[in-house]
Write a new protein. Structure first.
Ligand code: PEP
Length: 266
């Protein structure tokens, strides 16, 4: 059985004191040996202090991004090895907030515009540094309504994982995050999530072999809350959650973890 993983993507939220408080509350809620993996994914500047905050606890650490090169003139970036040095186990790559524009209201345009080729290079760099990349894929509402979901998933999976060899693939995690469900309060239905997860697993099977794909964890992300987590996590191909907004309150995040444990019967 795949060990579920619930990770909280703080995005650019919380300050140091509230991050530390959240970790203390989470540690108290989790106990010594939860039957699943739990991670917090704070802003890069907080990785070292959060590594101290989670020390000697089951809470693991992830970064929200890394760069593809190992060193050089890349102002503002951090390499995969630097991320690893902070104590991270995971790194999120290809989040839709990095693939797409931040939003039309941003006067600066706010475009990160990361494409699959760049994400693939980052993914290989992360694996080489000993990190487990959480590679995000998912369609926009327009693409779903246009019947393009599977084509988008094909393109993103093939493109973002290009260069990942079958022997390295075991360290991958994929997060299915329909863009229309992120931060909107509107989650995918369990049926929609299961269909996309099964599709992704099949696609991973064609890339890396079905045995490897059957062992890979595929998280669902998009408006996961204490109220919807159990139904989503009951889906057989959903192996945990990547949680944004609801990971910023320890009580909600702990309820999501509990819900996942309950749904999986572990
Ligand atoms: C995310 O940012 O990865 C996410 C899933 O956000 P939210 O849970 O707030 O929709």
């Amino acid at each position: 059985m795949r060990r579920p993983i619930v990770a909280g993507n703080w995005k650019m939220n919380l300050d140091l004191a509230s991050g530390r408080r959240l970790v203390l509350e989470l540690r108290a809620a989790l106990g010594a040996a939860p039957p699943l993996d739990v991670a917090i994914i704070p802003p890069a500047i907080y990785l070292f202090p959060m590594a101290r905050a989670v020390a000697d606890s089951p809470v693991m650490l992830g970064a929200q991004n890394c760069w593809r090169d190992s060193s050089g003139a890349f102002t503002g970036e951090v390499s995969a090895a630097m991320v690893k040095e902070t104590g991270c186990t995971y790194v999120v790559l290809g989040h839709s907030e990095r693939r797409h524009t931040i939003g039309p209201k941003d006067p600066a345009g706010g475009v990160h515009g990361e494409n699959d080729a760049l994400i693939a290079e980052k993914c290989v760099a992360a694996l080489c540094a000993g990190l487990q990349p959480i590679v995000c894929v998912g369609e926009t509402l327009e693409q779903r309504d246009g019947g393009e979901t599977e084509a988008v998933l094909d393109r993103q999976i093939e493109g973002s994982l290009a260069g990942v060899t079958a022997d390295r693939a075991k360290d991958l995690i994929v997060a299915y995050e329909p863009v229309w469900a992120i931060g909107t309060g509107r989650n995918a239905s369990p049926e929609q999530a299961q269909a996309s997860h099964a599709y992704i697993r099949g696609r991973l099977g064609r890339l890396f072999g079905q045995g490897t794909a059957d062992d890979l964890r595929i998280q669902y992300g998009g408006s996961v809350k204490p109220e919807n987590v159990v139904e989503l996590m009951k889906c057989p191909d959903v192996d945990g959650a990547l949680v944004g907004g609801a990971s910023l309150k320890a009580t909600d995040f702990a309820k999501i973890i509990e819900g996942c444990v309950r749904a999986k019967g572990i």
